[in-house]
Design a protein around this ligand. Structure first.
Ligand SMILES: C=C1C[C@]23C[C@@]1(O)CC[C@H]2[C@@]12CCC[C@@](C)(C(=O)O1)[C@H]2[C@@H]3C(=O)O
Ligand SMILES: O=C(O)CCC(=O)C(=O)O
Ligand SMILES: [Fe+2]
Length: 355
């Protein structure tokens, strides 16, 4: 992973105060969410719909993945080939990091114009209320930050991140090719993502999330509704429920944690690449009053300066719905317009207007 994604935020600094989550019996007003804070906060949910669960050894796997991407924009997978021991290791790392004393975590605090390190999720700047969570973002080598957190043990944690990235990168590319293959897209049509290219230059971020036990979970929000600005995101959640995905005419659907499984989200860039055929899923994390929850998101994207545009084969003689733009340009748009970004770029006539 190169560190060029970090450049985006130099010109989009945000100031989010880092405060300790309060140790209280009732939720302070600053953490209490209503539909005024997030339009879909209390949107209804139907209990009989569930996210597709796909066994990657199924003979019809490409069709199943393609259907899930165009209906839900997300799915859960099993038989994915990532060693269960590695999932235990990443859960151990995430738990160890967030269990450190807050003063220790703050030694690796993310700066206002930085992207790596400890802090609340960047999307916090778009809301008036605070989220009941803490996060840690890794882009590029974690060595510098991990040395500050664990002066004597950082190397073992760096090794876990490195091994996790290797597996996740291969899995993400395999899933994207299954999905695109179901639409008849061939590898020659996206050179940078060809299997044989070894995905040279694809970029990624790892986001570690912690949602502590919350005194009034119904009124709190762990991570507010958002789509990921990626091609695909692979999420590992520990054994505590909290992730919800939104589907039009269904509402919020909870994704139950299934031991050893992973959740896959279509991100905004794959939505653009497929000219809107695959949906980027709106999702959020809720909290609970019994157990703290950890999750690890692998946010995968293309080389950050490469132009991404709807694939000609999928535009099908009509006008493309989206202009060409780079991942860096999209992240910059997202840093300003958040959940309106896709509809805003849809209205641009050319990428020249995207700074
Ligand atoms: C590559 C990225 C996606 C992300 C912004 C970032 O530069 C690194 C952090 C990512 C993350 C993780 C938590 C949710 C999210 C919306 C956020 O605030 O930071 C995503 C960003 C995204 O997908 O837009
Ligand atoms: O914790 C979760 O389940 C969701 C995390 C997430 O959406 C993210 O890190 O982008
Ligand atoms: Fe997300």
């Amino acid at each position: 992973m190169s560190s060029t994604l970090s450049d985006v935020f130099i010109s989009h600094p945000i100031h989010i105060p880092l405060s300790n989550l309060p140790d209280v019996k009732s939720l302070p007003d600053s953490y209490t969410w209503t539909s005024k804070d997030d339009l879909l906060f209390s949107a209804s949910s139907s209990s009989d719909e569930s996210l597709p669960f796909i066994d990657l050894s199924d003979p019809h796997v490409a069709t199943l993945v393609g259907n899930a991407c165009s209906t839900w924009g997300a799915f859960q997978i099993t038989n994915h080939g990532v060693p269960l021991r590695l999932l235990d290791d990443i859960e151990f790392l995430t738990g160890s990091l967030f269990r450190l004393p807050v003063q220790q975590k703050l030694k690796a605090a993310r700066s206002e114009n930085g992207v790596s390190g400890y802090g609340v999720a960047r999307i916090a700047s778009f809301f008036n209320k605070q989220m009941w969570s803490e996060g840690f973002t890794v882009i590029g080598s974690p060595l510098h930050d991990f040395r500050k957190l664990w002066p004597n043990h950082h190397l073992k944690y760096c090794e876990i991140i490195e091994e996790y990235e290797e597996h996740m990168q291969k899995l993400a590319a395999k899933l994207m090719w299954l999905a695109l293959g179901s639409l008849g897209v061939e590898e020659e049509e996206i050179k940078w993502a060809e299997h044989t290219s070894d995905f040279q230059g694809t970029q990624a971020a790892i986001q570690l999330n912690h949602y502590p036990i919350c005194p009034e979970p119904e009124r709190a929000m762990g991570l507010a509704a958002h789509t990921d600005s990626t091609l695909m995101t692979i999420l590992y959640q520990n054994n505590t429920a909290g992730l919800q995905v939104f589907r039009d005419s269904v509402g919020w659907v909870t994704v139950p944690p299934v031991p050893g499984s992973l959740v896959v989200n279509v991100g905004d860039l794959l939505h653009i690449l497929t000219n809107g055929i695959f949906l980027s899923v709106l999702h959020r994390a809720r909290v609970n009053c019994i157990r703290s929850r950890f999750s690890t998101a692998y946010l995968w994207g293309p080389p950050s300066d490469l132009m991404i545009s709807p694939l000609p084969k999928l535009v099908n003689h009509q006008s493309p719905l989206y202009p060409s733009l780079t991942w860096k340009q999209y992240l910059a748009t997202k840093a300003t317009h958040f959940n309106q970004s896709l509809s805003i770029i849809r209205n641009y006539l050319s990428s020249d207007q995207i700074s």
